[in-house]
Write a protein that binds this ligand. Structure first.
Ligand SMILES: C[S@@+](CC[C@H](N)C(=O)[O-])C[C@H]1O[C@@H](n2cnc3c(N)ncnc32)[C@H](O)[C@@H]1O
Length: 387
């Protein structure tokens, strides 16, 4: 893939830009395999799950900067000035249409871009998520509620149509307030401005309903491959009881639900748990997810507090980049749980956790290329408890 922004030195986020995609994928596979070499034998690796090398991102995190009437949408340079990246080639086509449309409407909206060096202005970010069926969630992050009315007007305009016939439809919009002068994407206060509060996202045959603040994988196509792979591993094991720790909006829990199988998803974010419960009502899951429940809480506390008789046959874990941490990894080591599926976005923290769990041996491992053009990766493993 070629990118004018990269070639001009305007954006260096895609550190592998210009390297042919097959070489990128092979290099990533090799570096992850090296980090995990003490635990994963060469024979345990399946072929990596590739991505489209461009137009794969379902999310745009746009920093709005520049001047009122002439805003930039993209990133900030080192001096805190806006760099316009509205033509970024990573966006899904419908998302790209939405970014361009929004960038064209901003000057007339009356919204004043927030200027980091002088700490003046109002609109800081616009966070867009695009679904496979062409619907959009748009979150507007302001410094203060002073320009709320202008956001409401802009949302009304966008709801009337984006990018002409065939363009994406705005389903959910919200206003978020981030009053502090720090490099944080969003603040605590969030007001949903539309009748719909969740974005339905179709992934691997199911519909997940995303709340405005819920985590969702950035690459829907590769997320589908990941959920299908994990569901296949789980079906091979046929567990009666499964836990999905760090379940987010329920991607693994719902894709591994089966008649007669008790599935429990555990997630810290109450909003994500509400989304997961809503997604459980999908007609495609009727009869399949009757015994699937979601709990809002800390993953480690859930494991620690469970009675031994309630422990699962398969434990799915998908923690944030920092990994499981010592307490949960130690609990797993002594838990007696026969099988673990570990999906990780950091081979380094994964290796640290595996080192604490010598009771498990790796049966299958696969790289999922969620983030082409960068060194970031997702890797999933099926672990069996040694006899
Ligand atoms: C990598 S995401 C995984 C989401 C989900 N498995 C998926 O496929 O979309 C990690 C999730 O862990 C949640 N989380 C972070 N710390 C947690 C904790 N201590 N206990 C439970 N969930 C936590 C985050 O809110 C986030 O939804």
């Amino acid at each position: 893939m070629q990118c004018d922004y990269f070639d001009a030195g305007a954006c260096r986020s895609c550190t592998l830009m210009g390297e042919p995609y097959p070489a990128q994928l092979a290099g990533k596979q090799s570096s992850v395999a090296t980090i995990l070499a003490s635990w994963v034998s060469p024979g345990a690796w399946s072929a990596p799950a590739p991505s489209s090398e461009s137009a794969f991102r379902n999310k745009a995190k746009l920093v709005v900067a520049g001047r009122r009437g002439a805003p930039t949408v993209g990133i900030l340079d080192r001096a805190g000035r806006g760099v316009d990246l509205r033509g970024c080639g990573l966006y899904e086509p419908g998302l790209h249409t939405a970014v361009l449309d929004l960038a064209e409407r901003l000057p007339a909206s009356g919204l004043t871009p927030y200027d980091v060096p002088t700490r003046q202005g109002e609109i800081k970010h616009v966070l867009l998520t695009h679904s496979p069926s062409g619907e959009l969630m748009a979150r507007f992050v302001l410094r203060s509620p002073g320009q709320r009315r202008r956001v409401v007007e802009l949302v009304d305009d966008l709801r009337a149509g984006i990018g002409g016939p065939g363009g994406p439809r705005l389903r959910v919009a919200s206003l978020n307030l981030q009053p502090e002068h720090k490099a944080v994407l969003e603040g605590e206060a969030e007001e949903v401005l539309t009748p719909d509060r969740t974005l339905p996202v179709q992934v691997a045959g199911l519909t997940l309903h995303l709340g405005t603040r819920s985590f969702f994988q950035t690459n829907t196509g590769v997320a589908a491959a990941l959920y299908r792979q994990v569901a296949a591993w789980v079906d091979e094991l046929g567990p009666g009881r499964l836990w999905d720790l760090y379940c987010g909006v329920g991607g693994f829990a719902l894709h591994t639900s089966a008649p007669g199988r008790e599935v429990v998803g555990v997630e810290l974010s109450a909003e994500a748990v509400r989304s997961a419960r809503l997604s459980r009502e999908d007609p495609a899951l009727r009869g399949r997810a009757a015994d699937t429940t979601f709990v809002a809480g800390d993953a480690t506390a859930h494991a620690r507090d469970a009675r031994p008789a309630d422990r699962p046959d398969v434990l799915v874990v998908n923690p944030p980049r920092r990994g499981l941490g010592q307490e949960l990894a130690d609990w797993m080591q002594s838990s007696g749980v026969p099988h673990v599926v570990y999906s990780s976005c950091s081979a380094t923290s994964l290796a640290r956790d595996l080192a604490r769990m010598p009771a498990y041996a790796v049966r299958h491992t696969r790289l999922f290329d969620m983030f082409p053009q960068t060194g970031h990766h997702e890797v999933a493993l099926l672990l069996d408890r040694r006899a």
